[in-house]
Design a protein around this ligand. Structure first.
Ligand code: F6P
Length: 499
């Protein structure tokens, strides 16, 4: 069965009508900001938002998240609610949670992104475990738990938590709940091996938190297996590999893999419409790309994304294949992220240095091999860039999934497009027809770029057709549909009912 927006809507309408459906994430899907005295709304970036916004537009319900825009406060109701997207027929309720600077420093920049992010990504950045960050992480998790509980009252509810910002939330919810709640959590980033995880001073509390879920999802089976291995060694529990669940303190947590994805059909439709097509000519002019083959990268500027490795592979590519000079440009779009952390500041500096060096080494006359654009992109711009590019490079050192490569496959034109994809992304498991590379191996990576640029047209088309067919089935509605179906099955079982 192919899941669509309509089949997901139907599932929710038929089976979830008795439940209040609440999704929780750190990043809000839309923020409001002031510009020259006016208020503007824009969609935020990141995998969680890309996936969950499509799902919420199909399911409805409440999405609870941190208020990050400068004008967020001005547009919400006294209770913190705003309907998003505005004036849309499939709008849903966003409940904004306001956090202080101290809370953001301790919980988001601190424990979530200086301890858990490097710990889970194994990208050779040493995690920093700071007691104060941990305390604030706990208190922000408590704050979200109280807000959720106050929404539920005595109703039945499905709570779907997103990501590593909320490892403790399931436990707090269970302790506070008066009514019957079902808790699922999706961990979008990798789950590390036991060797890596065991250094974490708060490992027991984190595991107790996650083992309070009824259902815990990861992108790939490998991360589920790592999780089973970790709990087996760290807590007194019973791992059942037949039911794929963990029994701990009398509570059963089911653990499953569901590859997060994109709204394939919608992206393909929007990217291909003539108005969208015309926007790409503006980009060609703006960045002086006329007559060039375009190799493209789009990422949050994050040390897990392998952007320096990508630049070094481009450098090696022009060294080995100088005949491509003046014919190929590498366009890297980078969205500045978590910039208050020193690793992210240093990475931005490193990128400036590398781009300058590579351009100095290979440029001729007016031609430069690398264009680095540092700014937020609208959804339409992302699609225009994907449409424009001949090749997309995704070179994450470690990534739970990576939706950029998937968006590229959905948006690209029939007459161009090939994906060069890191073997260390979750997406690599589903997309074997991409050119898979090891970003640490500069020779292989630069050869992969060469292969993508010189592949016979018939082979390129065949591979892209297979990649598109995988994603038209493994779309975001399948992801959400499978999670919600599993939630219902487990919940019925808990209540002794048949589904
Ligand atoms: O999945 C990884 C993740 O942290 C998501 O939670 C988020 O959507 C994305 O990366 C962007 O990160 P941030 O919310 O810190 O800007």
């Amino acid at each position: 069965m192919i899941w669509t927006k309509d089949s997901l809507k139907l599932l929710v309408k038929e089976k979830l009508e008795d439940y209040l459906f609440i999704a929780v994430s750190h990043r809000e899907p839309y923020l409001h900001h002031n510009d020259k005295g006016k208020i503007f709304c824009r969609r935020t970036t990141g995998g969680v938002v890309t996936a969950l916004d499509s799902v919420m537009r199909a399911c409805g319900g409440i999405w609870m998240a941190y208020a990050s825009g400068s004008a967020d406060f001005q547009v919400v109701s006294p209770e913190g609610f705003v309907q998003v997207p505005k004036d849309s027929s499939d709008a849903y309720l966003l409940k904004r949670i306001f956090l202080s600077k101290e809370e953001i420093e301790g919980y988001y920049l601190g424990y979530a992104n200086s301890a858990l992010w490097p710990l889970c990504h194994t990208a050779f950045k040493r995690p920093e475990f700071v007691q104060k960050h941990w305390e604030v992480y706990q208190s922000v998790n408590q704050k979200f738990a109280k807000e959720i509980i106050s929404q539920i009252g005595d109703r039945k509810a499905f709570i779907w938590i997103q990501d590593y910002h909320f490892s403790l939330l399931p436990k707090y919810l269970r302790e506070m709940a008066q009514s019957q709640i079902f808790i699922a959590q999706f961990w979008h980033i990798p789950w590390p091996s036991y060797e890596t995880f065991r250094i974490c001073p708060q490992k027991l509390e984190l595991l107790q938190g996650l083992l309070s879920n009824d259902l815990l999802g990861f992108n790939i089976q490998y991360h589920c297996n790592n999780f089973f291995d970790v709990v087996n060694r760290e807590v007194e529990c019973k791992v059942n590999l037949e039911t794929y669940s963990v029994m701990y303190g009398g509570h059963e947590t089911h653990v499953r893999s569901y590859p997060v994805s994109i709204d394939f059909e919608e992206i393909q439709k929007t990217a291909g419409n003539p108005e969208q097509e015309s926007k790409k000519n503006d980009l060609v002019e703006q960045f002086g790309l006329a007559g060039q083959k375009i190799v493209f990268g789009l990422d949050r500027i994050d040390y897990t994304k392998g952007i320096p490795e990508r630049l070094l592979a481009i450098d090696r590519f022009f060294e080995k294949f100088p005949e491509f000079k003046e014919k190929v440009v590498f366009l890297q779009v980078g969205v500045v992220s978590r910039i208050h952390l020193k690793e992210y500041k240093m990475l931005n500096e490193e990128l400036n240095i590398l781009v300058e060096q590579i351009n100095w080494r290979h440029s001729t006359g007016q031609w430069k091999p690398v264009v680095l654009v540092r700014r937020e992109l609208s959804y339409q711009e992302v699609l225009s860039f994907c449409r424009l590019a001949d090749i997309c490079l995704v070179s994450s050192l470690h990534d739970g999934m990576n939706l950029v490569g998937k968006e590229f496959i959905a948006a690209s034109r029939p007459d161009k497009g090939m994906l060069v994809l890191s073997q260390f992304t979750g997406a690599a498991r589903e997309l074997p027809d991409a050119i898979l590379i090891n970003p640490y191996d500069r020779e292989q990576f630069s050869d992969g770029i060469f292969q993508a640029l010189t592949m016979p047209e018939s082979e390129r088309r065949e591979r892209m057709k297979r990649l598109q067919s995988v994603l038209s089935e493994n779309n975001v509605y399948q992801w959400a549909g499978k999670v919600i179906t599993e939630m219902l099955t487990i919940d019925y079982k808990k209540q002794g009912l048949s589904p």
